[in-house]
Design a protein around this ligand. Structure first.
Ligand code: ATP
Ligand code: MG
Length: 276
C-alpha cells in the first residue's frame, strides 16, 4: 500500500525464477514508479541480472505477475520490451564484434531508404550520423561509427551498449552495470545521463556495484539477497554501511535478527548452490 502520488510504470508481483536447483528470484515484488531512478543492489549471484532479463522477456517467470502501466503483460522478449518503451543495457553488453558501432546501435532495427524511390536499402549515412550524435550528445564519446566494435576499448564498448538502448528513445531505461568498464570521467557522463533521463521524465532501473554511485544517483534502492528482496529504501535515508550490511546479512538495517539467523543458515545450504 502506498500513498505516493506517482503512478507505477512496472509492477512485479511475487515473481519467481528458478534455474535447476538455484532459485534466482524467489517471490520478488518490486515497483518501478514513474520518473524515478530505482537501483538494484546485491552480492554476486543475488538475482539482479535475472530480474532485468525477466522484465524484458529473455526469461519467462515461473510464477507471479508483471504489470505494465497497470495491465498484466507477458513480455515475449527484448523486441516486445522495446515496443513498450523499454531500453536495456545488458551486463554482457550483447554487442556483435564484427559489426560497426553504427550497425550495433541499430541492430535489429536498421533504417531503410528507397533508392530511386524503389529499391529498399539500409540507410548507412543516417545510421552513422545518428550513431555519432547519440554517443556524443548522451555520453560525450567520440568514436568512428564505421569502426567494428571489436576494436573499441572496454569503456567505448560500454558506451555503444548504452547508446544502443537509447536509439528507440525509450521512456524506461534498464541499466545493468553500465559503468563497470568506464574511467572516472566516463562514469560522470553516465551519472549525468541518468540525471538527464530522470529530469526529462524517464524511469530508470540501475544496477551498479559502486554504492557511492548508487546512493548519489538513485531515488530508491532495492536490496536483493539470494533471490529475494531484503528491503526497498529511499536513497536519502540510508548510508553506504546500511546498504552493505543489508547486502551481506540479508536482513533489513536495524532488524532484530537473532531468531532468523539460524533459519537462514539452513536456507543457504539447502536451497542455494554457490555462485562464482
Ligand atoms: N541462464 C542461467 N542458467 C542457469 N543459472 C543461471 C542463469 N542465469 C543466472 N543463473 C544463476 O542465477 C543466480 C542469479 O544470477 P544473476 O546473474 O541474476 O546474479 P547477479 O545478481 O546479476 O550477479 P552479478 O552481480 O555477479 O552480476 C546465480 O546463481 C546464477 O548462477
Ligand atoms: Mg548481474
Amino acid at each position: 500500500m502506498t500513498t505516493d502520488s506517482s503512478h507505477p510504470r512496472i509492477e512485479v508481483e511475487h515473481v519467481k525464477k528458478r534455474f535447476g536447483t538455484v532459485e534466482a528470484l524467489s517471490d520478488v515484488s518490486l515497483t518501478l514508479k514513474d520518473n524515478e531512478v530505482l537501483s538494484l543492489v546485491g552480492d554476486n549471484g543475488a538475482g539482479k541480472s535475472t530480474f532485468i532479463k525477466t522484465l524484458v522477456g529473455i526469461h519467462q517467470p515461473d510464477g507471479g505477475e508483471i504489470r505494465f502501466d497497470g495491465e498484466p503483460v507477458t513480455i515475449d522478449g527484448p523486441k516486445h520490451a522495446r515496443k513498450l518503451g523499454i531500453g536495456t543495457v545488458y551486463q554482457d553488453l550483447a554487442l556483435v564484434d564484427e559489426l560497426s558501432v553504427a550497425e550495433n546501435l541499430f541492430l535489429g532495427r536498421m533504417p531503410v531508404k528507397k533508392v530511386g524511390g524503389l529499391v529498399p536499402v539500409v540507410d548507412q549515412e543516417y545510421m552513422a550520423e545518428e550513431a555519432e550524435r547519440i554517443l556524443s550528445e548522451h555520453l560525450n564519446i567520440h568514436v568512428d561509427p564505421d569502426t567494428p566494435v571489436e576494436f573499441l576499448s572496454g569503456g567505448e564498448r560500454q558506451a555503444v551498449a548504452i547508446g544502443r538502448a537509447l536509439v528507440t528513445d525509450p521512456d524506461i531505461v534498464l541499466l545493468d552495470e553500465p559503468t563497470s568498464a568506464l574511467s572516472k570521467a566516463a562514469v560522470e557522463h553516465v551519472e549525468e545521463l541518468v540525471q538527464r533521463l530522470r529530469d526529462s521524465g524517464h524511469s530508470v532501473i540501475l544496477i551498479d556495484h559502486n554504492l557511492e554511485e548508487v546512493l548519489s544517483m538513485s531515488d530508491r534502492v532495492a536490496v536483493l539477497f539470494q533471490g529475494r528482496i531484503v528491503d526497498v529504501v529511499d536513497a536519502a535515508d540510508v548510508t553506504r554501511d546500511d546498504v552493505v550490511s543489508m547486502m551481506v546479512s540479508g536482513h533489513r538495517a536495524n532488524e532484530d535478527t537473532d531468531d532468523e539467523l539460524a533459519g537462514d543458515e539452513s536456507d543457504v545450504s539447502s536451497s542455494r548452490s554457490s555462485t562464482a
